[in-house]
Design a binder for this molecule. Structure first.
Ligand code: SAH
Ligand code: SF4
Length: 361
């Protein structure tokens, strides 16, 4: 994608910003911006040209058709299991990212990617195994929501930044994508339905805190009860040890009754002992936290073992005994590698459909 050209990148602009751009370039404004926003973002229809508002301004329409850039990167593969749909998008430079749609009762949650690969190198994570390739542009992040809506007809209410990549490593683009997604004239996803998950980049958490968005949900992938174990499985802990991370969680602005979501991937014989439950409880005692317990999903050539359901339940009980607010997160989509930490395996794009079950579209 040529990002130096003079196109207007629709998926990177709020409705007011689009209106100012139209004003600056063509002397048009809010009326047309709102129409484009309504068609593309609200209705999920890329053919904004048919909107009534453009029918009497054909010359403007012709020019805008040339100048307006809408992400049209293709969905190249899709796979569904347990109602969970994983889809892969091929980006303009040939890289591939994955997104996951998780239906709830009346609406759905979309798990979006923020980078191709990830530089944090967590030992248990498939994306981490890929290494870092590049940050996603704002439009590539927002396009995942557009596709969930337009290609899959999903009624997305929640956005979780838990796909491929470390969101706080691509801070500016993630923040801008949230601003675009929250615009009421378009996708209309308010902060309270958005969760940003981080492996513990304390600098990023502090920058996010400075925005003072108390309704935005912060999730921290803790995954360990002490520094020794955490540094072993999450290299980021060498830079930002757990005490610093806890301080940042405690300082994060929160609405009344709000909490930080703490993700804890339970890995057999690594962080699943009784004493680990106690240490975790002690560590979290001063934090308003809700723990999400997830059984480790095996990654390719995994060095770790997956705990049984009983073992996950046992650890959950220990945390409850320790008076930790905890719930179990389901591993829906595990066998299609759509569950947490399983995104990014290159094997799925070879077109070996029998082996992977991944359907080309
Ligand atoms: N990079 C961010 C967000 C993406 S990872 C972060 O780390 O928070 C999304 C979640 O999946 C994280 O909570 C991570 O701890 C979890 N995860 C990674 N690998 C996993 C695996 N193999 N099994 C279960 N959860 C995993
Ligand atoms: Fe990156 Fe998150 Fe995976 Fe760690 S768990 S490697 S931060 S995507």
């Amino acid at each position: 994608m040529d990002r130096t050209n003079t196109c207007i990148p629709l998926f990177e602009l709020t409705c007011s910003e689009l209106a100012s751009e139209l004003k600056k370039r063509y002397g048009k404004g809010h009326f047309h911006a709102a129409a484009i926003y309504r068609e593309v973002f609200y209705k999920g229809n890329a053919n904004w040209e048919n909107a009534q508002e453009f029918q009497n301004s054909k010359k403007f329409l012709k020019q805008l058709r040339l100048d307006l850039r809408i992400d049209r990167t293709p969905v190249i593969a899709t796979q569904t299991e347990d109602d969970v749909t994983k889809f892969a998008t091929r980006l303009c430079d040939g890289n591939v990212i994955e997104s996951v749609i998780i239906p709830m009762f009346t609406h759905a949650t979309l798990c979006v990617s923020t980078q191709v690969g990830c530089r944090m190198g967590c030992k248990f994570c498939e994306t981490g195994r890929m290494g870092f390739v590049r940050d996603l542009f704002v439009e590539e992040i927002v396009a995942q929501l557009f596709k969930a809506k337009s290609v899959f007809g999903a009624n997305i209410r929640n956005i979780v930044f838990m796909g491929m990549g470390e969101p706080l490593d691509n801070f500016e683009n993630v923040v801008r994508s949230i601003r675009v997604m929250e615009d009421q004239r378009g996708f209309d996803i308010p902060h309270r339905y958005v969760s940003v998950s981080t492996s513990g980049r304390v600098d990023g958490i502090r920058k996010l805190a400075q925005l003072n968005w108390p309704r935005l949900n912060l999730a921290v992938s803790l995954n360990a009860p002490n520094d020794r174990i955490r540094s072993r499985i999450m290299p980021v802990n060498n830079l930002y040890p757990m005490a610093e991370l806890r301080k940042a969680m405690m300082d994060f602005p929160m609405k009344k009754n709000g909490a930080v979501y703490v993700e804890y991937v339970l890995i057999k014989n690594v962080n699943d002992a009784r004493r680990h439950a106690r240490q975790l409880a002690e560590y979290l005692a001063p934090v308003r936290a809700k723990v999400n317990l997830i059984g480790y999903n095996p990654r390719t050539s995994s060095p770790f073992e997956t705990p049984s359901e009983e073992e996950v339940d046992r650890f959950l009980d220990w945390l409850v005994e320790e008076r930790v607010f905890v719930r179990k997160r389901s591993s829906k989509g595990r066998s299609i590698r759509a569950a947490c930490g399983q995104l990014g395996g290159k094997h799925v794009y070879r077109g070996d459909e029998n082996r992977t079950g991944f359907k080309r579209v």
